[in-house]
Design a binder for this molecule. Structure first.
Ligand code: EPS
Length: 399
């Protein structure tokens, strides 16, 4: 069965959960590596007060013994330390009416899921029922699951990186990045940008935005290298991997556009510039350029997978936009409790996790295997079948 990922949990409930089904047995997992990803997601100048409360760490509820997958559903949990402050408001059986009344939200934030969610699910009397799940807190579970997928993909040499290409309208890198470009990102820098030397200026910009009650969006580049050719398929529209990657990236809260490879720019180029010449390489074929971003016909071609995601500014504003109280119908301003000024650096970490999941799903769809050794044997057989006319990077053994 194909790899599946479900997440569950409310932002201020006890924990956020991820359920991964379809992982092969025999995959040894590194807990510290999962926790490192969770810490990367929490990092970044401009995060809100919540990240001072949380110390995200993975716990395993099912599917793992002695650090090795069993082939059964893997259930991961990330506890919400903030739940201690919300237990009475979030109680699944009996909410304390006095506390709930004080925490009730009825003025939807323009740009958030509040209003559409209220209409859709009948939550107008308390928008908390929408925002608890719409919140990007949910992405802690995606990052934990993505960290597992990365460990699977690392066995065949796949590496995934991200970095901030633009923040608050300031461009730090023109066009689509390469993996080598993303190596410039200093993981512990305040903004994980491709221009570490400009981060002082960016930090001041974030601080000024905070002072003004504003929030900032940006552009993130994500690149995967070492991806085997032939993942995804042109045979049916759902299997086209560029579509799946775009959907996964667009599912990340506040992402409003995605480009693959030269993407938007290529729409204005002549064909002779937009496409990537195929050339003989040493021990395999190589491409002169990678404007396709590693995907042709919705299938990986052995080149780097290159995505850019465009994130809008966070919708929760300290100086809120006009809204309407959904209980009285009176004009008011949108609700505000606390917010991040920007979560663009964190968004990159989440996008890496989503790319890892989509690639791992396509990888297991192609190579299968109930035990990881079966999977790796199928990869080796495929590598042999492609032989010296496969892509240069793949016909060599994994890094
Ligand atoms: C987030 C936790 C949230 C927000 C943010 C992301 O914490 P709280 O709602 O308790 O302040 O900081 O959520 C949003 C940006 C949003 O729009 O909901 C997290 O852990 O990533």
């Amino acid at each position: 069965m194909a790899l599946t990922l479900a997440t569950a949990g409310e932002s201020h409930g006890p924990e956020i959960l991820a359920v991964l089904t379809g992982l092969p047995a025999g995959l040894a997992l590194d807990r510290a590596a999962i926790d490192r990803e969770l810490a990367r997601r929490q990092h970044g100048h401009g995060r809100g007060g919540r990240q001072k409360i949380e110390r995200d760490a993975v716990e395993v509820r099912a599917g793992l013994r002695d650090g090795v997958t069993l082939g059964s559903p893997l259930v991961l949990a990330v506890r919400n330390r903030d739940w201690a402050n919300w237990a009475a408001v979030m109680d699944p059986w009996q909410v304390d009416p006095a506390k709930a009344e004080r925490k009730r939200l009825t003025a939807p934030r323009p740009g958030h899921a509040d209003l559409a969610g209220a209409w859709k699910y009948g939550h107008a009397a308390d928008l908390r029922n929408v925002l608890e799940r719409a919140s990007a807190r949910e992405t802690a579970a995606r990052v934990a699951a993505g960290a597992v997928c990365r460990q699977l993909l690392a066995l065949v040499g796949v590496e995934i990186r991200s970095g901030v290409l633009a923040l608050g309208g300031v461009t730090l890198h023109e066009g689509a990045p390469t993996f080598a470009d993303l190596m410039r990102v200093q993981e512990d820098s305040p903004l994980r940008s491709l221009a570490p030397e400009r981060e002082g200026e960016l930090v001041a910009m974030v601080d000024a935005a905070k002072h003004a009650g504003e929030t900032l969006g940006g552009v993130i580049g994500v690149v995967a290298r070492g991806v085997p050719p032939g993942l995804g398929s042109y045979a049916t529209w759902e299997e086209r991997l560029d579509g799946q990657l775009a959907q996964a990236a667009m599912s990340v809260q506040a992402v409003k556009a995605v480009a693959v490879g030269a993407g938007v720019e290529a729409a204005g180029w002549p064909g002779s510039r937009a496409h990537d010449p195929t050339l003989p390489g040493t021990n395999g074929l190589r491409r002169g350029t990678n404007h396709a971003g590693g995907l042709e016909g919705g299938v990986t071609n052995g080149e780097e997978i290159v995505l850019r995601a465009f994130m809008k500014p966070i919708a929760t504003l300290r100086d809120p936009l006009p809204s309407v109280d959904l209980t009285s119908g009176e004009p008011t301003v949108a609700a505000y409790e606390r917010s991040d000024v920007t979560a663009v650096p964190a968004c990159g970490v989440i996008l890496e996790a989503m790319v890892a999941f989509v690639l791992a799903r396509a990888f297991l769809t192609k190579f299968g295997g109930d035990h990881i050794q079966d999977t790796l044997a199928a990869v080796a057989a495929y590598r042999q079948r492609l032989g010296p006319l496969g892509p240069e990077g793949f016909t060599r053994s994994p890094r």
